[in-house]
Design a protein around this ligand. Structure first.
Ligand SMILES: [Zn+2]
Length: 281
């Protein structure tokens, strides 16, 4: 059975929702009114409180690749419907409607290019496509990004932004956890760095698989990172949870995250880290 299908590559080059409506955006954290141009100059972070707005894979590519030049690959994969799943609507209809409405093609995009002059492969997830959930296509794309890194002898960065597994694909979705984790070990065998960048949110099957397997696990400030949501945990253990539970800063303090990096320093910090990890010869 095919878990996904190949279609002709999309001719779309931008996500329609990349462009915010109007000239002003309100910071979700501190309520400051931020001018769109100023917000873009600050890489979609609030200059009052440092809040990191959620951004698309293309925005990460433009931030991290030199001169915003990159080559996208495997944009031709579309999900199949292995379970014939229906909730309030049929799964294929939900996928179709999401593509039509958002201009996004799946919850993950792959690209390679140069970053700080060195080859780099990036696989970036997108919460705007069914909550960034990992179905068969997302798992396949992350696995292929690992293959591309091996082909180019380059490091891989996976940028997570996801609510977890895609429920509409049931066990096929959960299998992607094992598949991606297994494929990433091939990078280690070749001494190629795998960097995990966790952004808000990195939850469920994502944090339980590849997102925590980086040679370096980095997070953006205040990102929500965890497995089950706090309400589920509180109701299960019948205890109050510590202040800041499941936030990046809490996880850094408890050793689950290696470093927290502001988006404006991300490219520079990555370049420095990767140059230290590079194995000569
Ligand atoms: Zn703010």
């Amino acid at each position: 059975m095919a878990w996904f299908k190949r279609i002709k590559p999309s001719i779309r080059t931008t996500d329609r929702r990349d462009v915010p409506e109007g000239l002003w955006s309100k910071c979700d954290e501190c309520g400051a009114m931020l001018h769109r141009r100023q917000l873009e100059e600050n890489l979609n972070t609030c200059n009052e409180c440092g809040h990191h707005f959620r951004i698309s894979p293309y925005r990460y590519f433009s931030i991290l690749f030199d001169n915003e030049e990159f080559t996208e690959f495997d944009d031709c994969l579309r999900t199949a419907d292995p379970l014939g799943f229906t909730d309030t609507k049929k799964y294929p209809d939900r996928v179709h409607d999401t593509i039509e409405k958002s201009g996004k093609t799946e919850a993950c995009r792959n690209a390679y290019g140069k970053s700080a002059g060195a080859d780099l492969v990036i696989s970036a997830m997108d919460f705007g496509f069914i909550g960034g959930s990992m179905g068969s296509v997302v798992g396949e794309k992350i696995s292929r990004a690992a293959d591309k890194a091996i082909e180019l002898n380059a490091p891989l960065i996976v940028i997570s932004q996801s609510g977890g597994a895609r429920m509409m694909e049931g066990a096929f979705s959960l299998m992607q956890m094992a598949k991606t984790a297994a494929r990433l070990t091939r990078l280690g065998e070749r001494k190629l760095p795998f960097i995990s960048l966790m952004t808000d949110p990195t939850m469920g099957g994502i944090s339980a698989s590849f997102a925590m397997l980086g040679d370096l696990n980095i997070s953006e400030p205040k990102a929500l990172i965890g497995f089950a949501g706090p309400r589920v945990i509180r109701d299960t253990i019948k205890r109050d949870l510590p202040e800041g539970f499941q936030r990046a800063e809490f996880l850094l303090e408890h050793g689950f995250v290696d470093m927290i990096v502001h988006r404006k320093e991300l490219k520079q910090r990555l370049a420095k880290t990767l140059s230290m990890m590079r194995v000569e010869g």
